[in-house]
Design a protein around this ligand. Structure first.
Ligand SMILES: [Zn+2]
Length: 269
């Protein structure tokens, strides 16, 4: 079954030739890299949505080196246990987590606002339906999805509730309290612990917390990998330039990434 929804009339899209088309004849060509752009103009809020090419490149290099593999493995393991048919990954980026998770499910859709990230994702895995789109209109049909995932990405609650099947799941991955603490200490005068549970409170009217896991990934980064990490985090452009420069000049830097996985189950109506 095709999961994609026409963003104009909300009917199902069928794939014929190289084109996704609904019964009202709205059509969306597949790009040569193997993704489809369902980001229709009236939903555009920002002139330059999503990530810069530099941050996409830095993230690909850093993730490709395997530093966050413990999180990737933990997410994959959890999905295997849940026996998921249809997965929607919200904010899939260049697909590092999406691709690994897709092997555990029947159908996988990855969506991101950043076209350059989706292009990179589509080149690496033809087994996922890659979509340029937004959280304000998720690109799939009502009640079609068993699990929505949002790793370091927005959580459009109303849309997630629309697309999830009854008793479907939402997996949120967010920085743990001590995530990259040593790096943040090097960049800022004052460092506050992250509060992953704020998401549970924001979602508790519609979801029950089924499980939570804290995943740690200790690492010692050579200078190039450290620069990639600095470039891919939101901390980089908030820090003072001289502090960032001093950190980037270190030959090696030891720190620990900490991830909170929150598994939430949609409340029965
Ligand atoms: Zn249509």
């Amino acid at each position: 079954m095709n999961l994609l929804m026409c963003p104009v009339c909300r009917e199902q899209l069928q794939f014929e030739g190289k084109t996704w088309r609904c019964e009202n004849n709205h059509s969306y060509d597949e790009a040569k890299q193997g993704y489809v752009n369902l980001h229709v103009v009236q939903h555009k809020h920002s002139k330059n949505p999503g990530d810069t090419p530099e941050s996409v490149q830095a993230r690909r290099a850093f993730l490709g080196a395997g530093h966050y593999a413990p999180l990737q493995q933990a997410a994959v393991q959890k999905i295997r246990e849940l026996r998921i048919e249809n997965l929607l990954d919200i904010g899939c980026g260049e697909g590092y987590y999406t691709s690994a998770m897709s092997h555990e499910v029947m159908q996988c859709v990855g969506v991101d606002i950043a076209k350059n990230a989706v292009q990179a994702a589509a080149k690496t895995n033809k087994g996922v339906t890659w979509v340029v789109g937004t959280g304000s209109t998720l690109p799939v049909l009502d009640h079609s999805i068993d699990l929505c995932t949002s790793l370091f990405s927005p959580i459009p609650k109303a849309e997630i509730l629309r697309v999830l099947k009854p008793e479907g799941y939402l997996m949120v991955v967010t920085p743990g309290p001590q995530h990259l603490f040593a790096m943040r200490e090097a960049l800022f005068e004052e460092v506050q612990a992250h509060d992953p549970h704020k998401f549970v409170h924001q979602l508790e009217d519609a979801f029950d917390l089924a499980e939570e896991l804290l995943i740690e990934a200790p690492m010692t980064l050579p200078q190039q990998d450290l620069k990639h990490l600095i470039a891919m985090t939101p901390y980089a452009y908030k820090a003072k330039a001289e502090r960032r420069k001093a950190l980037e000049e270190q030959d090696a830097f030891s720190l620990t990434a900490q991830f909170q996985i929150l598994l939430l189950k949609k409340k029965s109506a």
